[in-house]
Design a binder for this molecule. Structure first.
Ligand SMILES: [Zn+2]
Length: 82
């Protein structure tokens, strides 16, 4: 699957089609493109619209199977601020 995704190369100061592009999912759950500039080889990275999510390779397995549920403790005695 070859997807043509353009990104701005900081080194060429021009827009390039990312080479060896890989669709990845960031920690935030957002899809992004990872690759290299076809001209200078500089690493390129670009956030993608969520429509790319289906194409994204699964990120590292979520290790947070048991999220520590912290009970919200509300102050029982509120001190009035004058
Ligand atoms: Zn470049």
């Amino acid at each position: 699957m070859t997807e043509e995704i353009k990104a701005y190369c900081m080194k060429c100061k021009a827009e390039r089609v990312i080479q060896n592009v890989q669709i990845v999912t960031t920690k935030n759950g957002r899809p992004a493109a990872n690759g290299a500039c076809p001209v200078c080889g500089t690493k390129m990275f670009k956030f993608l619209p969520s429509s790319y999510k289906a194409m994204a390779a699964p990120a590292a397995p979520a290790a947070d199977a048991a999220p520590a549920a912290e009970p919200a403790q509300e102050p029982t005695s509120e001190q009035p601020t004058s």
